[in-house]
Design a protein around this ligand. Structure first.
Ligand code: UDX
Ligand code: ADP
Length: 461
């Protein structure tokens, strides 16, 4: 298909959780643009070209179907796509470094740098390059240097346009974003490039929601937004521990403080811990940046948010152990949910991974059920394959179990027939509600010993 009949030629490198849905929405909203998404992973691209998309996201297939083949194309031909594009979004993975300097904290930029070098190698015209992946502050500067150190006389303008979509609500977040942020150099060329990207979003996002800023503010805002969100969860989780020691109920505390409009009610649900590909990675990135500028107190402050999250996961398993007479060895324990949150099959940094591993170390017989994430769960726990069972059906998972632990707030878990489940379990039967989504009184009446998070427990002994 030639690009001539389209007014802009947009490319996204990296067809993952961010690149795929973002480009699908841009293509659906802007039929006048040609939008291509490339990836080096051929299996992923094949899946994007099928009805069996590589990621589970409510509403995504409809949006893809609207535009695919019309002005949305998925391909592995990275080089041709780079040549053709005027605007390139880069959303390759930027995991936390596992080696060398900054291991465990800094972002691993090797995929980004490889992409930048490849763009330089094959490009034959000026281009706007947009950081979509979360990157450490000042990455744009480094990338600008790599890109503009070419001898072909080609100019690259690097912009930052961080993605704020949350998994499970990605389409909604993209169609009706709280804001779109575009950072650029404040030079005439930078502002011209920025205006081109503003024009894309202005097709469906109201003007007052499109913010522009200097490039460093834009890069930093992404890390800070995630750090603030995660901080709220660690804060309420710290209070859940205190509630368990007193007669307070963390849900009542959340409601009471959330009605203060200065605090707000969102992101105050206590849980077994936050997961997902962003929160921990972005905070550790922030910590690393602060450390590298000698801001030890600031770094330590933000690192506590991650340490509190680790504590919450550990505390959850320790509580299970204590309650189940100090041993789970040989006991069947069903984990209800493995995804890091509901409505996604993504398990990256899911607290369920740590909980499963800790239970296996205690020699429990772990069985995992999840409506979307079993495939990823099997990959995450490949080293423990002989010690774990997987069951698509939660009733099967619970059969013969001593305990159920709710890991993910899937709504289907609220409406299961818990009388039926109870009758198939060992006695005494325990439920640990790591998301506080079940009807604890009802479960207690059914015969369960119920241990919510940060709330008084209900036990028969
Ligand atoms: C997050 C940000 O919300 C998004 O803006 C950014 O672009 C990427 O990172 P995501 O990781 O998809 O999105 O999920 P999010 O809804 O933020 O949840 C993160 C984790 O926090 C999940 O494990 C979730 O279960 C947990 N959580 C969330 C709580 O434990 N309690 C809450 O009240 C809210
Ligand atoms: P995110 O959640 O940030 O979208 P993902 O890991 O889901 O991250 O997606 C990143 C994608 O980027 C992967 O599908 C990976 O194969 C792809 N990728 C990594 N390096 C390159 C590259 N040099 N060229 C094209 N695609 C790449």
């Amino acid at each position: 298909m030639s690009g001539a009949k389209f007014s802009k030629n947009i490319l996204c490198i990296g067809a993952g959780y961010v690149g795929g849905p973002t480009m699908a929405v841009i293509a659906a909203k802007c039929p006048q643009y040609k939008v291509t998404v490339v990836d080096i992973n051929a299996a992923r691209i094949n899946a994007w070209n099928s009805d069996n998309l590589p990621i589970y996201e409510p509403g995504l297939l409809d949006v893809v179907k609207q535009a695919r083949g019309r002005n949305l194309f998925f391909s592995t031909d990275v080089d041709s796509a780079i040549k053709e594009a005027q605007i390139i979004f880069v959303s390759v993975n930027t995991p936390t470094k596992t080696f060398g300097e900054g291991a465990g904290k800094a972002a691993d930029l090797q995929y980004w740098e490889l992409t930048a070098r490849n763009i330089v190698k094959v490009a034959s015209s000026d281009k706007i390059i947009i950081e979509k992946s979360t990157l450490p502050v000042k990455t744009a500067e480094a990338m600008g240097r790599i890109l503009n150190a070419n001898e072909k006389g080609i100019k690259f303008e690097v912009l930052s346009n961080p993605e704020f979509l949350a998994e499970g609500t990605a389409i909604e977040d993209l169609e009706r974003p709280d804001r779109v942020l575009i950072g650029s150099q404040l030079t005439p060329e930078g502002i011209k490039a920025r205006d081109e990207v503003v024009e894309i979003y202005a097709n469906w996002v109201p003007g007052e929601k499109i913010l522009t800023s200097n490039i460093w503010s834009s890069e930093l805002s992404k890390l800070v937004a995630n750090a603030f969100l995660a901080q709220r969860i660690s804060s309420i989780n710290s209070i859940s521990a205190l509630c368990e020691k007193t007669d307070a109920n963390v849900s009542e505390v959340s409601r009471a403080i959330g009605m203060d409009t200065r605090i707000g009610s969102k992101f105050l649900s206590s849980s077994v811990g936050f997961g997902g590909s962003c929160f921990q990675k972005d905070i550790l990135n922030l910590v690393y940046i602060c450390q590298s500028y000698g801001l030890t107190e600031v770094a330590d402050y933000w690192e506590r948010v991650v340490l509190m999250n680790e504590y919450q996961k550990r505390r959850f398993v320790q509580n299970m152990l204590k309650v189940m007479f100090n041993t789970v060895a040989g006991k069947r324990i069903a984990l209800f949910g493995f995804a890091f949150k509901a409505d996604t099959g993504d398990t990256r940094e899911s607290p369920a991974i740590d909980v499963a591993k800790q239970l296996i170390e205690e020699h429990a017989k772990v069985v995992i059920t999840d409506p979307q994430a079993l495939h990823n769960a099997k990959i995450d726990l490949a080293d423990y394959a002989d010690k774990i069972e997987f069951a698509a059906d939660p009733y099967e998972a619970a059969k013969g179990a001593h305990a159920i632990a709710v890991m993910t707030e899937w709504k289907e878990y609220k409406t299961l027939d818990y009388k039926r489940i109870f009758s198939s379990m060992e006695r005494p039967s325990f439920i640990f509600d790591g998301r506080n989504i079940l009807n604890h009184e009802e479960l207690f009446k059914t015969g369960f010993n119920v241990f919510p998070l940060g709330q008084p427990n209900h036990k028969h002994f």
